[in-house]
Design a protein around this ligand. Structure first.
Ligand SMILES: *Cc1c(COP(=O)(O)O)cnc(C)c1O
Length: 400
């Protein structure tokens, strides 16, 4: 049909090709046309595979979800994972899609800041009670379980202190009490730990971070081993409109192709950088899970197969003034409150992720004004060592 002004609005049929596109196509269409009410009925009933309306699902989200399913070992359980508009959307869909008024949920006391806020401030409005417990202490988690406890939400490696949760201990306690365990696996990634293999019920990701890896998309992922729980999460997410954009899913998929390469390189850099930092003047302490001076290094060795991950934390003396001098002396390292970018980023929890935590509690966690967290990237390690040496030298000049 020639495009005349009269029929411009009619969509042109997509050109056929006997050869196939190598890159994944982007499908931005919000709606899908069916042949007849009978066919639409059959689609809704699941008799045919297909899409109806993008809020309910679209191909770019499904392509991305199947890839993360494979990484997490989630492919075979009840429909696989669901992609959502952000990591927080995924956490919200898990908590509000599964829990009901009268339920009780236990969270790790060092969860992602917004997760703590959701649990501490929002769940109560829906009649859901929350307890926060130290996840390195399975006995403390066991003691917090009540008859109405329905779920435990954990991160394996705590931000920013990099303490390692007693996953085996907590999973055992939870199983004995019939409590669901949801793991936010963003920090650890499936390269470090695969929660389903250890008996977790729900796996959550902020895809925004290491999986997508380029700080250009905000997305989340959630998968559940029980199909009924998966459906509850999916339905809640669709109803409340946590839909991901097809373009963002496409970008995240492209980022994911190099996830293994980026992760392994970043991890090797992190281990070497941690040792380098420990030898610099002005450093108070370095935290890296596989270093012998890390409080949980034995658990890290057992749980993470000896892998330390790509996050390193460290502390300098000299308070805020030394912290300011440090970031200014290393302008090539993005000072930004994020993690998982292909390049190294540096964050200062006291002024960002933990600014809402009161000072006494921050001090109890060891998060002083001189405390920094590095999300190590894939740069040349020589460059990184030079940058951090310059930063530490500038901080040391300030420190008393
Ligand atoms: C960033 C992050 C989130 C939230 O993810 P968004 O995609 O930013 O909504 C949740 N959990 C952890 C551990 C994170 O690092």
């Amino acid at each position: 049909m020639p495009d005349t002004p009269e029929n411009l609005v009619r969509r042109t049929v997509w050109p056929q090709s006997v050869s196939r596109a190598v890159g994944t196509p982007i499908q931005p269409s919000v709606v899908y046309a069916s042949q007849s009410p009978d066919q639409l009925d059959a689609l809704y009933e699941g008799e045919f595979a297909g899409y109806t309306y993008a809020r309910e699902g679209h191909p770019n989200a499904d392509v991305l979800a199947r890839k993360i399913d494979a990484l997490e070992g989630a492919s075979d359980n009840g429909g696989g994972g669901v992609i959502l508009g952000s990591g927080m959307a995924a956490i919200t869909a898990v908590l509000l899609g599964v829990l009901k008024s009268g339920d009780h949920v236990i969270g790790g006391d060092q969860l992602y800041g917004r997760s703590l806020r959701l649990m501490g401030q929002d769940l109560a409005r829906f009649g859901i009670a929350t307890s926060l417990v130290d996840p390195t202490d399975a006995a403390a988690v066991a003691a917090a379980i009540r008859p109405e406890t329905r779920m435990i939400l954990l991160e394996v490696v705590a931000n920013p202190t990099l303490r390692i949760a007693d996953m085996d201990g907590i999973l055992k306690v939870a199983r004995a009490s019939g409590v669901l365990v949801a793991v936010d696996n963003t920090f650890t990634t499936p390269r470090g730990y695969r929660p389903f293999e250890h008996g977790a019920d729900i796996v959550i990701h902020s895809v925004t971070k290491m999986l997508a890896g380029h700080s250009d998309v905000t997305l989340g992922y959630v998968s559940a081993s029980d199909p009924a729980i998966r459906k509850a999460i999916y339905d809640f997410a669709v109803t409340t409109g946590m839909t991901p954009s097809p373009f963002d899913c496409w970008l995240a998929e492209r980022g994911l192709y190099s996830f293994h390469l980026r992760y392994d390189r970043a991890e090797a850099n992190a281990a070497e950088l941690a040792d380098h930092l420990a030898g610099l003047p002005g450093i108070k302490r370095v935290l890296y899970p596989t270093r012998p001076d890390h409080p949980d290094h034995n658990r890290a060795a057992a749980l993470l197969n000896g892998r330390g991950g790509h996050m390193v934390s460290f502390e300098v003396s000299g308070g805020r003034a030394a912290a300011n001098a440090l970031t200014k002396a290393m302008p090539d390292i993005a000072f930004a409150p994020t993690l998982g970018d292909i390049g190294t980023t540096l964050s200062h929890p006291a002024s960002s992720s933990h600014r809402a935590v009161d000072q006494r509690q921050r001090e109890a966690l060891g998060i002083s004004e001189g405390f920094f967290r590095i999300s190590v990237g894939v740069e040349d390690i020589g460059l990184l060592k030079r940058d951090f040496s310059a930063g530490l030298a500038a901080a040391a000049k300030i420190s008393p």
